[in-house]
Design a protein around this ligand. Structure first.
Ligand SMILES: C[S@@+](CC[C@H](N)C(=O)[O-])C[C@H]1O[C@@H](n2cnc3c(N)ncnc32)[C@H](O)[C@@H]1O
Length: 224
């Protein structure tokens, strides 16, 4: 999903293009909410690449006591998220910039990054991003990642090809144009590369909790 589709347009496009998108925020928040590091009232959650605020508003719905920090470099997305949160926006700490620029160490009890890692090139940027999240998380804290995957998912290649083609059919049948050249290019990676980057950044092996064709959600924990 490309970030140049913004606001109400972004939410509609995400729902049409990402199979299962309308459940992702609820799934992600439900998952991290069970961890001890987020159990206490007022526990700190980092929402990375907050976009138009889907995960923030779900976090407020499920755990209005959490201290939320939202980070996103796109000013127009942050503005949309603030508008969506309405009065609750003042209860969120907003950081307009990339996650790599957020200062601090071990300050968050959990983090969520839905459809963000896929936007970063695998030229050191993905590793820098994941290393920043590991630095910001408390030992043992959960991180939810959801991204479009590339080749090497572990499925046999004929099935993988079927999945990629089915995703294109799913997107075409949405009656929206396919992502245009003006949109943020995506850099999907395979399962082995994702595991290697996560290990190098200081995270545990990923456990898949969601898959819809080539879009996968995994849970990892910052190593102790
Ligand atoms: C496809 S949108 C996903 C938004 C939201 N998480 C959702 O699921 O609808 C990706 C978002 O990640 C943001 N982003 C890109 N690089 C980032 C980085 N290094 N740190 C934090 N956010 C980033 C983009 O600006 C964009 O708003």
């Amino acid at each position: 999903m490309a970030a140049s589709v913004t606001g109400a347009g972004y939410d509609d496009a995400a729902q049409r293009r990402i199979p299962g998108y309308s459940s992702l925020a609820r799934l992600a928040i439900s998952l991290v909410a069970g961890f001890p590091s987020l159990a206490a009232a007022g526990a700190p959650l980092l929402v990375v690449g907050c976009g138009t605020g889907a995960e923030l508003s779900e976090a407020r719905r499920q755990r209005p006591d959490w201290m939320l920090t939202a980070v996103d470099p796109a000013a127009e997305m942050v503005a949309e998220a603030k508008a969506r949160l309405a009065q609750a926006a003042s209860a969120v700490s907003w950081i307009e910039g990339p996650a790599q620029s957020v200062p601090g160490e071990s300050c968050f009890g959990g983090a969520i990054a839905v459809l963000v890692l896929q936007e970063l090139a695998d030229d050191g940027s993905k590793l820098d991003f994941l290393a920043a999240l590991a630095r910001l998380l408390q030992p043992g804290a959960p991180l939810v990642l959801v991204d479009l995957m590339g080749g090497g998912s572990g499925l046999n290649s004929a099935i993988e090809q079927q999945f990629q083609e089915a995703l294109l059919r799913f997107q075409r049948s949405s009656e929206l144009p396919l992502p245009g050249v003006d949109e943020v290019p995506l850099h999907p990676i395979g399962e082995a590369r994702r595991s290697a980057l996560l290990a190098a950044a200081g995270f545990s092996d990923p456990i898949r909790f969601y898959q819809a064709l080539g879009v996968e959600g995994v849970l990892v924990q910052r190593r102790q």
